[in-house]
Design a binder for this molecule. Structure first.
Ligand SMILES: [Mn+2]
Length: 347
C-alpha cells in the first residue's frame, strides 16, 4: 500500500514570517485569540504561541483573550491561568489596544467580541490549517491545509530560525494536545507518519501524556456523563439503519446544566455503532437556531451535504457541521429527510 506522506513545508512562508517577526520586533502589546469555544487544538496553539513569542521577545506583553471562557477541562494546562475573556481582561484595567493581533485555528468571523480588538491592530495575523476561511484582509496569512492541526503547523514555525523555541515538556504537551485532539487520538485520516514522528519526539520531553489525553479530551463531569447517557439512550436509526441520530434540546441542556464542551464526544460514540454510515446530532441553541453535527464513515461527503443545507455549513468529508435558522423540531425532520434522499440514491 502506498503511504501518503504530507510534509508540512514552512519554507514557502518566508515572506510571511519576515513580515510577522518584523512586526513583533516593534510590538509592545500582542493579542492572541481563537474563534468560538476553545478546543484542544485551539487552546494548545494559543498557549504554545504565547510561549514562542515570549521566549523570542521577552519584553513584549502577550494576552490571550477569547470570547468564551476556557472550558474547565483545559485549565490544568501550563499557562492556562493567563487566558482571559473580554470581561476578565477589562476588569484587569488593561486597555484593549494591541500592536499585533494573531488568530489561530479558525477565522475572525467567529471571534465574537474579540473581533473589535483584533481589527484595531496595525498588524493582523491568521495562522490555520483549515482550507476554507472567510475573506478578511489579514496583514499576514499562514495557512497550511496539509497540517493535521494548528499545533503541528505552529511547531514547525517555532523551530524555524526566526523563533528556535525551546521544546521543553510544557511546550511539548501543548503541541501534543492539538495533535491528539485533531487526529482523534491518531485515528483520523490526517494522522500522517510525520504526526506520529512529531508525537514521539514530543513524548521524549517527559510530560504526562496520559494526563493530557485523559483530562484534555475524555474527562467529563458527572452531569455531563448523565446527559451523554440520556442522549445516547434516545438515539434512533433511520434509512434502514444507515443513519443514527439524536437530539439535544435546550430542556436537556438545562436539566444537566450543560456547558458548551459537554456536547463534545457524544456523536463520536454514535458514529461507532456497527453498520451505520452517518451519525447526526442536533443541538438546540437558545436563539431558535439549530446546530447540526455530522460524521460519516466515508461514502457520504458530509461537508458537501452540510453546505447544501446552508452557507453556514461545511467541514471535512467525514466530519462536518451546519448552523440552521430553524427550530429543532423543524430542523431535525428536514435534515434527516434530505440526508435519506442522498443515501437512498446511493445504493
Ligand atoms: Mn484545528
Amino acid at each position: 500500500m502506498q503511504v501518503e506522506v504530507s510534509m508540512v513545508d514552512i519554507g514557502k512562508f518566508k515572506k510571511e514570517m519576515d513580515g510577522w517577526v518584523g512586526a513583533l520586533e516593534k510590538a509592545s502589546r500582542v493579542l492572541i485569540t481563537s474563534p468560538g469555544v476553545a478546543d484542544g487544538d485551539s487552546i494548545g496553539a494559543q498557549l504554545a504561541l504565547r510561549r514562542m513569542i515570549l521566549q523570542r521577545f521577552p519584553k513584549t506583553s502577550v494576552w490571550i483573550i477569547n470570547d468564551e471562557a476556557l472550558p474547565i477541562r483545559y485549565r490544568f494546562l501550563p499557562g492556562a491561568e493567563v487566558v482571559y475573556t473580554p470581561e476578565s481582561f477589562l476588569a484587569s484595567r488593561e486597555t484593549p489596544h494591541f500592536d499585533v493581533s494573531i488568530i489561530v485555528d479558525g477565522g475572525i468571523d467567529r471571534a465574537g467580541r474579540v473581533r473589535s480588538y483584533f481589527e484595531k491592530s496595525k498588524t493582523t495575523v491568521f495562522i490555520d490549517h483549515h482550507a476554507i476561511s472567510i475573506e478578511f484582509p489579514y496583514t499576514i496569512r499562514i495557512v497550511e491545509p496539509t497540517a493535521s492541526s494548528t499545533t503541528e503547523l505552529l511547531y514547525h514555525l517555532s523551530q524555524s530560525a526566526d523563533f528556535k523555541t525551546r521544546v521543553d515538556s510544557d511546550f511539548a504537551q501543548l503541541v501534543y494536545l492539538g495533535l491528539v485532539f485533531d487526529t482523534g487520538f491518531f485515528r483520523h485520516s490526517n494522522t500522517t507518519p510525520e504526526v506520529m514522528e512529531l508525537s514521539a519526539s514530543l513524548l521524549r520531553t517527559g510530560f504526562d501524556f496520559t494526563r493530557v489525553g485523559e483530562r484534555g479530551m475524555l474527562e467529563r463531569s458527572f452531569s455531563s456523563l448523565k446527559m451523554m447517557s440520556e442522549t445516547l439512550n434516545q438515539s434512533q436509526l433511520s434509512a434502514g439503519g444507515k443513519i443514527i441520530w439524536s437530539l439535544l434540546p435546550q430542556e436537556t441542556l438545562k436539566k444537566y446544566q450543560a456547558l458548551d464542551d459537554d456536547r463534545e464526544g457524544i456523536i463520536d460514540h454514535m458514529f461507532l455503532t456497527r453498520g451505520i454510515e452517518v451519525a447526526v446530532l442536533f443541538f438546540e441553541l437558545g436563539s431558535g437556531k439549530t446546530k447540526v453535527s455530522l460524521r460519516s464513515q466515508g461514502n457520504v461527503n458530509v461537508a458537501k451535504f452540510a453546505r447544501s443545507l446552508t452557507e453556514h455549513g461545511g467541514g471535512h468529508n467525514k466530519s462536518a457541521g451546519a448552523l440552521l435558522d430553524q427550530k429543532l423540531c423543524d430542523a431535525a425532520p428536514y435534515v434527516l429527510n434530505q440526508l435519506e434522499k442522498i443515501m437512498v440514491g446511493q445504493v
